[in-house]
Design a protein around this ligand. Sequence first.
Ligand SMILES: Nc1ncnc2c1ncn2[C@@H]1O[C@H](COP(=O)(O)OP(=O)(O)OP(=O)(O)O)[C@@H](O)[C@H]1O
Ligand SMILES: [Mg+2]
Length: 475
Amino acid sequence: MNIIWTPQPRQRAFMQRKETEALYGGAAGGGKSDCAIAEALRQVHIPHYRGLILRKTYPQLSEMVDRSREIYSPAFPEAKFNDQKHCWTFPSGAKIYFGAMQHTKDRTNYQGKRYDFIDFDELTHFTWDEYSYLFSRNRPNGPGTRCYIRAQANPGGIGHGWVKERFITPAPPMTPIYDEVKIMFPDGKSELRRQNRIFVPSSVFDNKILMQNDPDYITRLASLPENEKKALLYGDWDSFSGQVFTEWRNNPDGYENRRNTHVINPFKIPSSWKIYRGFDFGYSRPFSVGWYCVDHDGRLYRIKELYGCTGTPNEGVRWEPSRIAREIKRIENEDINLRGKYVNGIADPSIFDESRGESVGRLMEREGVYFEKADNTRIAGKMQLHNRFAFDDEGVPMLYIFSTCKHFIRTVPALVYSQVDVEDIDTTAEDHIYDEVRYIAMANPINPPPKKQPQIMYDPLSTDDYKHYNYYRLG
Ligand SMILES: Nc1ncnc2c1ncn2[C@@H]1O[C@H](COP(=O)(O)OP(=O)(O)OP(=O)(O)O)[C@@H](O)[C@H]1O
Ligand SMILES: [Mg+2]
């Protein structure tokens, strides 16, 4: 028999897992992507089987497609690849699609489709919203297929924080993690079900084929800067700290009922709600103005924004303070939620700095736009935002963002921790909107939400057939 691809021992361990979700990962070069390409083939004898392999962008995907040609063509000489659709069709009729999800909105390309097998290669390049959206697409197209999700990742990247929290922190590697999900049925009955997932570690030392073909590969990994070396050679998830606001959810299904999402549809706000205007000045970097209202429960809504960015991320439009002030006045006279309202201005205290002549604050006052000095205590401000992003048991947070505030939605979720001050955000990123919302949050402080009961369960004696063991709770 002519064997085209056979798993190496660690790849076999990954392929044997029965959990609904499994992450294969850590270090570079362990044979993760190869394994995903092979895994997708498992059910191609079933005519209605549909597999989907995702990468963040199409250029990245082309590497996977090239490798799929090397494996699929000799294994299934009659299988055909359609270059436009990025889709393999197998003799049975089964299909494997290769897809990209460059922007969160691209997820709608997958709306209404069903895939028995979904694989995310380089999962840390995806946001939680993108990953979780595809869960609803993991459904069978007919009887007899198995539905499951697989992913591969190295530490680092926008998704580092949530991936680590979901797969790495709750339990040691190779230990199943269980979530309880409550399902409400139309007849009012509810049922608790378990969902399981697992992390399977991988490193280049598991990939004997690569070590033979390219003995210098590990030398190259070892000569990387220290934190990259730790991540890519040894698969250390602690050397990068990743996304700051891992609580962030942008879930279009909740835009109208305002559940389990921070982004919501705009609405006409009641006239009794107090209005705030936050401001962070920038000239060669963007300036940011955000308008907020507070409801009677103390919940904040970001209702409008004016962001001085050229269109190139983090490049300012270079407006003088008086011009920004005039634009603020115009918006406050025209916007239906702001017209005729008293607006409490709060700004970065440094706008009142007089050391280089007339201050930005003074110049804006001349145009009739007034601000108070914000409390700029950085870590306390960040905690206030965590308190506000947290969802209560009903899926309601203490801070909502109108879907029209595009720049907030683009920049705040993308903030990552600083390598220098590990408690704080990386201020070299586009953090102007973050600063301005922080000032508003500090002017309206709230208590941290009550700590939720840990939901993670795990079985330290794990084998494949975990059902027969007694579970116990962590923490
Ligand atoms: N089972 C296998 N049979 C033959 N070759 C393999 C196998 N597994 C891995 N390889 C070889 O090792 C190379 C590296 O594997 P792969 O690209 O899957 O690693 P990776 O873990 O995805 O790496 P990265 O972290 O860079 O994404 C592949 O291009 C392939 O040549
Ligand atoms: Mg890979």
